[in-house]
Design a binder for this molecule. Structure first.
Ligand SMILES: Nc1ncnc2c1ncn2[C@@H]1O[C@H](COP(=O)(O)OP(=O)(O)OP(=O)(O)O)[C@@H](O)[C@H]1O
Ligand SMILES: [Mg+2]
Length: 222
């Protein structure tokens, strides 16, 4: 499903280059629930952005269902990200000037080029209900707590029913009960719908239930 080959990532600064990933290799089969753990600054977010088609590696390649995603044209990569990939950012990245429901529907709107029907609205409300936020659709992100915004970001990532879901610290701002609920929601998407999940966290407690645990250390996965 997903394969990363010899990934290097160097952030260039005027005087100092930071080499974050150093020849990383990864293979994730369809339907797997994988977790990547590692200390702060290890490069977990960097790796997830590269795997999710959001930031190209300095060298190396990422294959999604056999296709080298960074060799695709921009429009094809955008379409792949919109239709097949769900991404929950560490810091949510909700659009502040739009309401919760508008944020959630944004990927559906982009995918349908502005014209989508009541089905999407219905599934948006169902998903919001699943994370306990069905009453908050008309609110703006600034009116929600950090954990609530994180759940909205998860719902937004799910609206187009992606084949693979990337989650960057999806419970980082949740209390332990809400964290468990979000993880069990993600796990059930994996089990019931066969959604492939790659999750990044430094909370080891969360990763007990995953199929696969990788440790990011010194720019490589162990
Ligand atoms: N745009 C950038 N320019 C320069 N350095 C960067 C940039 N983005 C990240 N880095 C550096 O790359 C390293 C890895 O960052 P990254 O955000 O991937 O770590 P992380 O494992 O996700 O950390 P955390 O657990 O704190 O979220 C850090 O040392 C960071 O300072
Ligand atoms: Mg991070």
């Amino acid at each position: 499903m997903l394969e990363a080959k010899n990934i290097h990532k160097i952030y260039s600064r005027t005087n100092k280059d930071v080499e974050v990933l150093k020849g990383l290799e990864l293979r994730i089969d369809k339907g797997v629930f994988a977790a990547v753990v590692g200390p702060s600054g290890a490069g977990k977010s960097t790796l997830l952005h590269i795997l999710g088609g959001l930031d190209s590696p300095t060298t190396g390649a990422v294959y999604f269902k056999g296709k080298d995603i960074y060799s695709l044209k921009d429009s094809a990569l955008c379409e792949l990200r919109n239709k097949s990939i769900g991404f929950v950012f560490q810091f949510y990245h909700l659009l502040q000037e739009f309401t919760v429901i508008e944020n959630v529907l944004m990927p559906a709107m982009v995918g349908a080029r502005g014209s989508f029907g009541s089905n999407e609205k219905k599934s948006a409300l169902e998903l919001l209900d699943m994370v306990g936020l069905d009453k908050r659709g008309e609110h703006f992100p600034s009116e929600l707590s950090g954990g609530e915004q994180q759940r909205v970001a998860l719902v937004r990532a799910l609206i187009n029913n992606p084949e693979i879901l990337f989650c960057d610290e999806p419970t980082g701002n949740l209390d332990s009960q809400s964290g468990k609920e979000v993880i069990s929601l993600i796990r059930s998407l994996n089990k019931d719908k066969g959604m492939t999940v790659v999750l990044v966290t430094h909370n080891l407690e969360l990763v007990g239930s995953t199929d696969r645990l990788c440790r990011l250390e010194d720019g490589k996965l162990g």
